[in-house]
Design a protein around this ligand. Sequence first.
Ligand SMILES: Nc1nc2c(ncn2[C@@H]2O[C@H](COP(=O)(O)OP(=O)(O)OP(=O)(O)O)[C@@H](O)[C@H]2O)c(=O)[nH]1
Ligand SMILES: [Mg+2]
Length: 265
Amino acid sequence: MEKLVIIPTYNEKENISSIIRAIFALDKNFHILIIDDGSPDGTAQIVKNLQKNYSNELFLVERAGKQGLGTAYILGFEWAIKRNYAFIFEMDADFSHNPADLQRLYHACKFEGADVAVGSRYVKGGGLVNWPQNRIALSKGASFYTRAITWMPVKDPTAGFMCYKKEVLETINLEQIHFVGYAFQIEMKFASWKLGFKIKEVPIIFQDRTSGSSKMNKGIVKEGILGVLKLRWHSMFKNYRKRVKKTETYKIKPYAPQEIVAGGK
Ligand SMILES: Nc1nc2c(ncn2[C@@H]2O[C@H](COP(=O)(O)OP(=O)(O)OP(=O)(O)O)[C@@H](O)[C@H]2O)c(=O)[nH]1
Ligand SMILES: [Mg+2]
């Protein structure tokens, strides 16, 4: 298979089966990898039940306890590279990202010359629906701040709806990406840009979640503010490009067997 959608989950029992079904209902076939951090609400069990219907295309990795979005994605990227998926997507479980837009992100990477496609709220045609004013201000503020400090030419640097070509994730030294929240999303784009990959923003309409609860917290915002400064500092004085580019000696770490619950492709 060519396409893998990675969805990290923490307490998404209200959304998880509908988002999985919506993706599988798209006309082009996608595989899905859920990375669940021991959700107390039983999200992983719902996925396991669904695996009976989708045994070849739905995969699950369970981790013990909430460890953050960034490390979940890194694990997912390594999982995807190992299995040779050509296009690797990031997506939330909460329907803020419209599953139909996966096709447009894919198209940008497959046919329009992008190495990285960003589902962007802040380019022409993109937008926000039902988001509270304080969240809009935070997101737009983060975008302005990131661009002012890093000069990265991406209008929606905190976006979490993405498609990467495998080559991009193989080139980035994923061991060097340590952020977990918004800063993780910013750094992945920053590293792709610094390594010379072509980033294309695809307009999307982002909707506030209608079910389940947000995992946003002050720590994530703080990490974002300091993280952007750190990226700028490293890229000015500490040869960021060299640090973030994978060397020949880098090896993908094997997973601890107890972490893998299902998904032996
Ligand atoms: N595995 C894992 N998934 C997480 C963790 N934190 C959040 N998620 C998932 O990451 C996705 C995005 O989280 P949200 O809570 O929607 O965060 P957000 O989209 O920035 O915030 P809202 O707009 O308020 O929804 C969702 O699918 C969450 O279930 C975590 O620590 N581990
Ligand atoms: Mg969300």
